[in-house]
Design a protein around this ligand. Structure first.
Ligand code: HEM
Length: 74
């Protein structure tokens, strides 16, 4: 299954937008693409989202990796 920012990545991050707005806009394609390395580091170490939020599942993190590997489809 192809992944895209609008259909897969943005909906996954939207619930956290307000808490991260001071650093980046998790619903903005340009912001997420520009910060993909920092975001990946946070996700794979399960640092973000922080407790009490449950970490993203490996499937969800896999979607982010696939989105990167496929060249950041909008
Ligand atoms: C999937 C959701 C989230 C993603 C992808 C994300 C991503 C990030 C990124 C990329 C940074 C910067 C790290 C760096 O500069 O290297 C960061 C820092 C931070 N985020 Fe988030 N965040 C998420 C959710 C949240 C939530 C829900 C909160 C608060 C309830 C939060 C609070 C913070 C805080 C306090 C920092 C700065 C302290 C630190 O670096 O540990 N984040 N986050």
């Amino acid at each position: 299954m192809a992944v895209s920012f609008q259909n897969d990545i943005m909906p996954l991050f939207k619930q956290f937008q307000a808490q991260m707005a001071w650093r980046l806009d998790l619903t903005s394609y340009d912001d997420v693409k520009a910060n993909y390395q920092a975001i990946l580091a946070q996700l794979t170490t399960k640092s973000m989202p922080p407790p009490p939020f449950p970490p993203l599942t490996d499937t969800q993190i896999g979607q982010f990796v696939q989105w990167m590997n496929e060249g950041f489809p909008p």
